[in-house]
Each structure stands twice: as structure tokens, then as C-alpha cells.
Design a protein around this ligand. Structure first.
Ligand SMILES: Cc1cc2nc3c(=O)[nH]c(=O)nc-3n(C[C@H](O)[C@H](O)[C@H](O)COP(=O)(O)OP(=O)(O)OC[C@H]3O[C@@H](n4cnc5c(N)ncnc54)[C@H](O)[C@@H]3O)c2cc1C
Ligand SMILES: NC(=O)c1ccc[n+]([C@@H]2O[C@H](COP(=O)([O-])OP(=O)(O)OC[C@H]3O[C@@H](n4cnc5c(N)ncnc54)[C@H](O)[C@@H]3O)[C@@H](O)[C@H]2O)c1
Length: 471
């Protein structure tokens, strides 16, 4: 039997952050991981998907260079090398999440699947771990949508798609969320024929005006997007996968060489035996309070398994809250007013705080400021004028949310998160000196637009003329 202060179940973004923090602060810590250290983000998520997107962008940059007067002719894609590049990027980060590193930090790593015996004990293989506190950080996996015939059809998920060594010729993606759009664009840029089938509209959690700009780009890239399309059934035909879909009452077949499921996530709760631990859960995940405590107050849950914001940075944020609560008994609580997320399509789409739609639906009084990338000199020099920043304030100018689509939108969103979390007003952003010519100027200019009407009003003109009379 292993006895410990803290036992963390799951070595992904959330679990590793808790374990590293706790061990370095002196807590006796055990980490249980059934698969690969690093979890989804490193092995099957953020890292490989971004590496693939970069490869896709390189292929496209070659094709687009002629706009700048440079002819690289037609770039050739060697997909085996693209695969190796993706795996190499993972391998470069792997040591940071490795058993060796965690053991050096003082964490005892136990490899195997954890299952609760009772509220204080976890069984891993034949080993029993007794802990004063547990953290469940077992993550999520791709949901298999209820589509007739799907079980008899070979399909890819985020766990297998990065193992492909040959470029899929005709890729059908079910789901137009961030995974579907990012991977759809990456494969398209690398030369696949791509069809995204989405039952609602693509990227439904984001501002529709901004999504429209991403949609236009995907369509221009040649991605087939079928929105408001229901998948009725799936079947195999020769070497192909056939999806029977229904769009606006019309049935039709979509044929592809490969099928990728990106239709949302389900929490990894299997065989955890949560009932024995007294931990309540729902379909979406483990139920937690704002201190990330479960219904068993000595057991916390963090990251994707709680079904909240399913992002690596939020898993790490959860970890910080748990370390403060579990180690220092501080009443730390999650605060979600300035949660950022970025979809790394090209152009990127970034969000922090409230969207315009949320404010409208809440009935909150607000102002929306807009600035187009077409009015930014750097965007012009880059020939990347498709882009828009929208900033939402309350009637007194307090910043409530920012939505940005455009080149490097993901890098532009950070100051807006800071502004929201610190309760800053739009004047604070307007008075910042932004370097010229930078894309950051869109932030300053959109903030400045809040004052345009008052600043250039007849009343101000009158005052200026009046003061001029005094010499
Ligand atoms: C394709 C894709 C792209 C993504 N891109 C981004 C991105 O760009 N930015 C971003 O912020 N987020 C991104 N995400 C989301 C991000 O990967 C997740 O939010 C993050 O990995 C969640 O971390 P986690 O620790 O909660 O879970 P995970 O990383 O899934 O880790 C959970 C770990 O628990 C282990 N485990 C499960 N059950 C048990 C058990 N019973 N016993 C022991 N171990 C167990 C699993 O093996 C796994 O290693 C992406 C996800 C996908 C799928
Ligand atoms: N850049 C990033 O930060 C990033 C990238 C990828 C994933 N992620 C995280 O991973 C999570 C999961 O991503 P995701 O794209 O799988 O999920 P998602 O839940 O965000 O999107 C899934 C999409 O699939 C659609 N869908 C569901 N069932 C369908 C069906 N039967 N037919 C057609 N469409 C269907 C939904 O309407 C939805 O638009 C994200 O919510 C996000 O938290 C983040």
C-alpha cells in the first residue's frame, strides 16, 4: 500500500500541473497515469494539431508567395515528412512531461488505470493508494455520435489522425467545431479534398460575424462546408466511406477515403468507480463547485473531466486553484470572466470575456466597438486585411469582452484578458502607445473609436475655437 498526501489521477495538462505544483511545494504526491504522460494536449491534441497546421500553412505560403512577386512554383507535399515533423515536435516537448522529470520533482509516478475502492483508496493494478486528498484529472475523449452503421465503418479520431503517414485523399470530418475547422484547413492546405459536415453552424460558440470571416477563408481554400446537415447513416463501399446526410430536407451521399470524428467530447469516467468514492457526476462530467471540490469534499476534479472550458490553459488554471485549496486550505475559487480561447485556423479567431451575442441574450446594456484589419497598415503590408476586432463595454466604458479574427488574433487577445480581469476601462487601452506599424494598433484604434463621437463633436470644435481667441 502507498500512503500519500495527494494522489492525482491522470497525467495530462491538469494532472501534471497539480502534481508538479504540489510536489515542488513539499506535498507527498503520487501521480497515476494509464496512458501517455502529457495526455491529450501533447500526444493527440494541441501540439500535433498546431504542428500540422504550421505544415499546411507552409504549403500555402509557397502557393501565395506569387502575390509578393516570388515564384516557388507548385510546392510538393511529402506527407511522411509532415508526419515526422509532427512527431518530432511532440518528442521535443515530451521530456517536460516525462516520468523522469516528474520523479526528479519528487512525484511518485504509478502507471496504470485508477479505480476507487472507497472514498480514501484507489486501486491501480494490484496496488492500493491511500491518500488524504485526490484530484481526478482524467480528461476527455472524442464522442462517437449516434450515427447508424458507424460501428462498421473505419473512422479516425484525434487519437489516430496524427498517425497517418499517407495524405488522406478525400477526408470527411463530422463536426465543425475547433477540431473540425483546424484539422480541415490543415489537411486541405496539404492537398486533401476536405468536407466538413456540421449539424448546426461551424464554430457555434464564437461570434457569428467573426466566424463568417473564417468560413469565407475555408471556402476560398477549397474546404467543402456542409452546415445544418444531419448525418443519417454511414457505410463502406469498396475502399470508400459513405455518409448519408440530409440538408434542407434533401438526402445525399458524401463519399470519402477517410472519416474523422470531431463531434465533441465525453469525459473519461470509465471504471473510475466514482460511486465508491461518493463523487457525483453527470453526462457532461464530474460535478464540481467553484473551489473545484466534488461532492466528496476531499476529492477535487480538474480539466476536461469536469466538462467546463475544455482547454489546456483552463486545465492549468484549475490546477492552480486546487493547489491553493488542497495544500494551503485557501478558499480559492474559479473566476471565469476573462477566459480566453483561440481557434488556430488561418485567420485565427480569438475570444476573451463575453461575446456580443451573450450580452444581447443576457439583456445587458452594452456598446460594441469595431475596427477592421483593412484599416491597419501592417495588415496591408502583409496583404492580410481580412480581420475584425470587436470590443464590448458596459455603458460606462468598462471592458467586458473582446472578439478578434485576423492574422495573429491569438497573440492580440492577451491585453484584453488583462484589461477585463483588472476591471480596466476602454480609455486605458485607448491611451496606450502602440508600436507602428504593428497589428496591435487595432486594439488601440478600436478603443479610441469609443471616444470618436465626443472628441470630434461640434461642442469640442466650439470649445477649441473659443480657446483660440485667447491667443
Ligand atoms: C485535436 C485537439 C486539439 C486541441 N487544441 C487545443 C488548443 O490548441 N488549445 C487548448 O487550450 N486546448 C486544445 N485542446 C484541448 C486540450 O487538449 C484539453 O483541454 C486538455 O488536454 C485537457 O487536459 P486534461 O488534463 O483535463 O485531460 P487530458 O490531457 O486528456 O489528460 C487526462 C489523462 O488522464 C489519463 N487517464 C484517464 N483515465 C485514467 C484513469 N482512470 N487512471 C489513470 N489515468 C487516466 C489519460 O490517459 C490522460 O493522459 C485540443 C484538443 C484536441 C482533441
Ligand atoms: N484551439 C483550441 O483551443 C482547440 C482546438 C481543438 C479543440 N479544442 C477543445 O476541444 C473541444 C472539442 O472540440 P470539438 O471540435 O470536437 O468539439 P465541439 O463540441 O467544440 O464541436 C463539435 C461540433 O460538432 C457538431 N456535431 C456534433 N454531433 C454532430 C453530428 N452528429 N453531425 C454533425 N455535426 C455534429 C456540433 O454541432 C459542434 O459544432 C473544444 O470544445 C475545445 O474545448 C480547442
Amino acid at each position: 500500500m502507498i500512503k500519500t498526501d495527494l494522489c492525482v489521477i491522470g497525467g495530462g495538462s491538469a494532472g501534471l500541473s497539480v502534481a508538479a505544483g504540489a510536489a515542488q511545494m513539499g506535498a507527498d504526491t503520487v501521480l497515476v497515469e494509464s496512458g501517455k504522460m502529457g495526455g491529450d494536449c501533447l500526444n493527440y491534441g494541441c501540439v500535433p494539431s498546431k504542428a500540422l497546421l504550421v505544415a499546411g500553412r507552409a504549403a500555402r505560403a509557397g502557393r501565395e508567395a506569387k502575390d509578393f512577386g516570388i515564384d516557388y512554383s507548385d510546392p510538393k507535399v511529402n506527407f511522411r515528412t509532415v508526419h515526422d515533423h509532427v512527431k518530432d515536435v511532440i518528442a521535443g516537448i515530451e521530456p517536460h512531461d516525462s516520468v523522469e522529470r516528474f520523479e526528479k520533482l519528487g512525484v511518485q509516478v504509478v502507471q496504470g488505470h485508477g479505480s476507487f475502492l472507497n472514498p480514501k483508496q484507489l486501486l491501480v493494478g494490484s496496488q492500493v493508494i491511500e491518500a488524504r486528498r485526490f484530484v481526478i484529472a482524467t480528461g476527455s475523449r472524442a464522442m462517437t455520435p449516434p450515427i447508424g452503421g458507424l460501428n462498421s465503418v473505419p473512422f479516425l479520431t484525434n487519437e489516430s489522425v496524427f498517425d497517418l503517414t499517407d495524405l488522406p485523399q478525400k477526408l470527411i470530418i463530422v463536426g465543425g467545431g475547433p477540431i473540425g475547422c483546424e484539422l480541415g484547413q490543415a489537411f486541405r492546405n496539404l492537398g486533401s479534398e476536405v468536407t466538413i459536415v456540421e449539424m448546426a453552424t461551424i464554430m457555434p460558440k464564437d461570434d457569428p460575424d467573426l466566424v463568417e470571416i473564417v468560413r469565407s477563408r475555408l471556402l476560398a481554400d477549397g474546404v467543402n462546408i456542409r452546415e445544418k446537415t444531419k448525418v443519417i447513416a454511414a457505410r463502406c463501399s469498396d475502399d470508400s466511406v459513405v455518409l448519408e446526410v440530409e440538408q434542407e430536407g434533401q438526402k445525399k451521399d458524401i463519399t470519402g477515403s477517410h472519416l474523422l470524428l470531431a463531434a465533441g467530447r465525453i469525459p473519461n469516467l470509465d471504471q473510475l468507480n466514482l460511486e465508491a468514492a461518493g463523487v457525483a457526476y453527470e453526462r457532461g462530467g464530474i460535478v464540481v463547485n467553484r473551489g473545484l471540490k466534488t461532492s466528496n469534499r476531499k476529492i477535487y476534479a480538474a480539466g476536461d473531466v469536469t466538462g467546463g472550458y475544455q482547454f489546456t490553459h483552463m486545465a492549468a488554471y484549475d490546477a492552480g486553484i486546487i493547489v491553493r485549496n488542497a495544500l494551503f486550505r485557501l478558499p480559492a475559487k474559479v473566476e471565469h470572466s476573462a477566459v480566453p480561447w483561440v481557434t488556430y485556423t488561418d485567420p485565427e479567431l480569438a475570444q476573451v470575456g463575453l461575446t456580443e451575442v451573450e450580452l444581447r441574450n443576457n439583456g445587458d446594456q452594452h456598446r460594441v466597438l469595431r475596427w477592421s484589419f483593412a484599416d491597419n497598415d501592417r495588415a496591408r503590408a502583409e496583404r492580410r486585411t481580412e480581420g475584425l476586432i470587436k470590443v464590448m463595454t458596459n455603458p460606462k466604458g468598462k471592458i467586458l469582452g473582446a472578439s478578434i479574427v485576423g492574422l495573429h488574433a491569438g497573440e492580440l487577445v492577451l491585453p484584453w484578458g488583462l484589461a477585463i480581469s483588472k476591471g480596466l476601462k476602454i480609455g486605458d487601452m485607448a491611451s496606450v502607445i502602440a508600436p507602428y506599424p504593428s497589428l496591435s494598433e487595432v486594439s488601440k484604434r478600436v478603443a479610441g473609436s469609443y471616444f470618436t463621437e465626443t472628441l470630434f463633436s461640434d461642442r469640442v470644435k466650439m470649445i477649441v475655437r473659443f480657446l483660440a481667441k485667447f491667443g
